[in-house]
Design a protein around this ligand. Sequence first.
Ligand code: KG4
Ligand code: ZN
Length: 350
Amino acid sequence: MPDEPLVLGIETSCDETGIGIVRGHTLLADALASSVEQHARFGGVVPEVASRAHLEALVPTMQRALDEAGVTLADIDAIAVTSGPGLAGALLVGVAAAKGYAIAAEKPIYGVNHLAAHVAVDTLEHGPLPEPAIAMLVSGGHSSLLLVDDLTAGVTPLGATIDDAAGEAFDKVARLLGLGFPGGPIIDRSARDGDPGSIAFPRGLTAAKDQAAHRFDFSFSGLKTAVARWVEARERAGEPVPIADVSASFQEAVCDVLTRKAIDACLTNGVGTLVIGGGVAANSRLRVLAEQRAAKHGILVRVPRPQLCTDNGAMVAALGSHLVAAGVAPSRLDLPADSAMSLTSVSVPG
Ligand code: KG4
Ligand code: ZN
C-alpha cells in the first residue's frame, strides 16, 4: 500500500551495523556489516573495535540499503535509530549518523529501544502482533521476559538474567570447549550429534525456593561453572571430553529453563502468544522445545527467521514504522545515545 510509511532503521548497539528499510510491515532492504570476526580472537565484543567498525561501515551500508530497496533518502518518511540499550560508543555512531541524515533530508527521527525492536521485527514475518503477548528476548547481551501490552507505549519487564545472558553462556561454554566464537551456532551444530540427556546439568532458578523472588528471572552462571567443572574432571581423569554430549546437555539445560519460564509467564498472565527474539532464538532446539511445550497449552509461538533474530536494521525500521502508524510523535533532535535505556520507554519522547 503506497500510503504506508516508508521507514529507515539504523542499528549500531553492538557489533552489527544494520540498516533496514520497511514499508508498513513489508521488508524492502536489510543491509548488514558485522565486525564479529574482529572480536573473535578476544572471545567477546571489544567496544572500541565495534565503534570504529560502525564508523567505517555506516555510509556504505546505508548506500546498500537504499539501493536494495530502490529508494532515495528523499523518499523516506521517517528515520528510526537505536537509542539504547547497548555499548555507549557504538550507539553514538548510529545516533549521530541518524541525526545527520534527518537534518540533511529534513525527516522526522525516532530514537527507539533496542529490545522493543527485537519484539517488533516479528511483525515483518508474521504480521501485526496480538497484544497482550509475552516476549522472550535472548541474546549475547540480554535475557528478558516481557509483557507486551502495547508496543507503542512501553513493555513491562517480568524478569531478566541475574548474571550471564543466555547467549553469553553459549559463548563462554563454547570457549571452554575450545569451539570458537560466537559459540551459539557452533554448540547448536555440535549438539546435533550428542545426547541431551547424557549429563544432568543444573537448571538455574527453577527450584521451589527461587519462585518467590526469581520466578521469571534467569541465571546461567552456575550452569557455565558446572560445565567447566565437569570438563575439568574428565581431563584430570585423562579421559576424552565428549564434546557433542556436553554441547547437547548444556543446550538442553538452557532451553529447558528458557521455555519453562516463558510458558509459565504466558499462563500466569493469561496470554496466548509468545514471541521469541534475539540471537539465541536462532537455536534449533529452543524453537522445537518452545513449540512443543506451548502447543500443550494452546499458546502460539512466533519466532522470526534467524537473520531477523540477530541484531539488524530491519528490526529498528519495523518498530519505527509501528510508531509512525500509531501516530507517536517523533523524538527531539537532541535525543541521546542511552546505553542503559529503560524498557519502560519504547521511543525517546518528542
Ligand atoms: O542478538 P545478537 O545478534 O546480539 C546481541 O544483541 O547480543 O545475539 C548474539 C548471541 C551470541 O551470544 C550467539 O552465540 C547467540 O546469540 N546465538 C546463538 C545461536 N545463534 C546465535 N545461541 C544459540 N544457538 C544459536 N543457533
Ligand atoms: Zn540485540
